[in-house]
Design a protein around this ligand. Structure first.
Ligand code: ZN
Ligand code: ZN
Length: 554
């Protein structure tokens, strides 16, 4: 990276731009850096065998001496989930709300990290992280104590929105206070760096209060047991489910580790105190079916979560005909197949499945602003620059178009690693730094260009073929070539096992025909045989498997 002008304020997204999840953002001013959020994402089929992805923090690691702190806007995994994995690489103090701090402490405990210093900042308070001042402005969203950040420097103020919406009646926490934004707008805002998730959805978000009513109406129609699944961190939704259940004279139990953990954190921060408590899962078994609700993890079809296990019949809680499962959540892009798998299992067992798409009742609302809400925000703040973040390209473009319609002077769509000079006369991208992905395995974290991943991608489509050769010192075969394959042949099929035997003969002939000069070098034999072997298989199957040859000379 070229040296940055210390008098200019720069924004450098390292993750979360042009992708969903994996948020990591950096602000640079006066030779110092401020990081905002450090979240994870779910791996897709480009990462065989991998569940989680992290942003590559190399830029922060290389510049950790300049890093004044990491501020976390809220406790969703796409903003907080990578901290415990990566903190040791850039070690800096962390600033967040009380609820977020409690969630983060649990993650650090799991990773056995004891030295991380977490500073709790109360709503509307300002953290002095020189040369930055960061004010924590509470906004409504689908997890408690979500903060929008007013980041002030001598070069101007940036509003880093985090995730937010304008729910007028959230059931946990207060609505987003427009006056705070309007007042800041009057003072002048250099840039708005904002949530693009629903920027291509017209209208406004529905309220959590409507969801509570919708859930009650769906509950009232059921005669058997009800299972509801929602995001574990959506404490507002847990609150709505408890309220709706009480109005229908049903009692609620909880199944699933992440729900138990989040509810525990919420209670320790004073939430869920004004609703009836849960009954234990064991006690629920003795309550009549029409009086019970089970809140379960697994709204994203996660194979190990409670709902998927119940659907497979592999959980001690059994359901069947007459029972109902309600999905009070949307699918995170990429999870649709797994979710359908769970739904199919449930339906096959005679269970009724209710999703936001199959009922007219409001049983889910998004925590992200739709177009009219974004338009309100831009009008209140009237920023000089808009940088859409937090979304795939089509979402970023949608917010960019909206900003241009709202007469915003400068709209900059970032890519991960872009260095954006916000203070220049014509603000724009002036440079790029490294921004990649890391893949999480049970015992290691590897870069997205790790050879294991590119090989696995290839293997899953083409299979493997291996030949072992035992030659004497003159290059004469001492035994027939031994062939083993994976993902190519069915050895029980006579024709196919005959082909493998024929192949062994062809390779033997091929070696016999090699020139003496080639036969003197094991590497040359291996490479020539590998190419010939691959061509034989390609001729038979039309596939080019990963092919290896092992030569032993005795
Ligand atoms: Zn988010
Ligand atoms: Zn969020």
């Amino acid at each position: 990276m070229n040296k940055l002008n210390p008098d200019h304020l720069h924004f450098i997204p390292l993750g979360g731009s042009e992708q969903f999840g994996i948020n990591l953002n950096v602000y640079a001013y006066g030779e110092k850096l401020l990081a905002v959020d450090c979240g994870l994402g779910f791996a897709d089929d480009r990462f065989p065998g991998v569940d989680l992805l992290l942003p590559d923090p190399l830029f922060l690691e290389e510049n950790h001496k300049k890093l004044v702190g990491l501020v976390i806007t809220h406790a969703h995994e796409d903003h907080i989930g990578a901290v415990a994995f990566l903190w040791l690489r850039f070690k800096c103090p962390i600033y967040c709300s009380k609820f977020t701090a409690e969630v983060l402490k649990k993650k650090f405990e799991e990773h056995n990290i004891k030295k991380a210093k977490i500073h709790v900042i109360d709503p509307m308070q300002t953290a002095a992280l020189k040369p930055f001042e960061v004010q924590f402005v509470p906004v409504s969203h689908s997890v408690p104590e979500t903060m929008c950040l007013f980041i002030s420097t001598k070069a101007g103020t940036v509003v880093h929105s985090g995730d937010w919406n304008l729910d007028p009646t959230p059931v946990v926490g207060a609505p987003t206070d427009k006056k705070v934004f309007q007042e800041l707008g009057k003072k002048g805002v250099l840039a708005y760096v904002g949530d693009s998730t629903n920027a291509n959805v017209d209208g406004r978000s529905s309220s959590e209060t409507e969801v509570q009513e919708g859930l009650k109406n769906v509950f009232l129609k059921q005669k058997g047991r009800i299972l509801v699944t929602a995001f574990s961190s959506n404490i507002g939704r847990v609150h709505s489910i408890l309220k709706a259940a009480k109005e229908c004279d049903r009692q609620v139990a909880v199944a699933g580790r992440s729900l138990h953990r989040m509810i525990g954190v919420a209670k320790s921060c004073g939430y869920l105190m004004d609703v009836d408590d849960f009954v234990s899962e064991d006690d629920l078994q003795y309550i009549p079916h029409e009086k019970s609700v089970l809140l379960v993890t697994g709204s994203q079809g996660e194979a190990r979560a409670a709902l998927a296990r119940i659907a497979r019949g592999q959980h001690h809680f059994k359901i069947g005909r007459g029972d109902t499962v309600i999905f009070s959540a949307r699918a995170i892009p990429g999870n649709e197949l797994e979710i359908n798998h769970v739904k199919n299992n449930l339906i096959a067992a005679g269970v009724r499945v209710v999703t936001p798409n199959t009922t007219n009742e409001m049983i889910h609302t998004s925590g992200h602003p739709r177009r009219e809400e974004i338009a309100d925000m831009l009008q209140w703040l009237n920023p000089k620059i808009v940088v859409p973040v937090h979304g795939e390209r089509l979402m970023l473009e949608a917010q960019a178009d909206l900003a241009k319609e709202t007469q915003i002077k400068h709209v900059i769509i970032p890519t991960n690693g872009a260095v954006i000079d916000l203070s220049a006369e014509t603000p724009g991208i002036i440079d790029h730094v490294h921004a990649g992905l890391l893949a999480v395995e049970p015992k290691r974290i590897m870069s997205d260009d790790h050879r294991a991943l590119s090989e696995r991608r290839k293997l899953q489509y083409t299979g493997t073929a291996h030949v072992s050769l035992v030659l004497n010192h003159k290059g004469k075969l001492l035994a027939p070539p031994n062939i083993s394959t994976m993902g190519l042949f069915d050895e029980a099929d006579e024709d196919e096992s005959d082909f493998v035997a024929t192949l062994s003969g062809e390779i033997a002939d091929f070696i016999e025909a090699l020139k003496p000069v080639d036969l003197s070098d094991e590497d040359i034999i291996a490479e020539k045989v590998r190419i010939a072997f691959r061509n034989y298989i390609n001729g038979f199957l039309g596939l080019k498997p990963k092919t290896t040859v092992h030569v032993t000379k005795v």
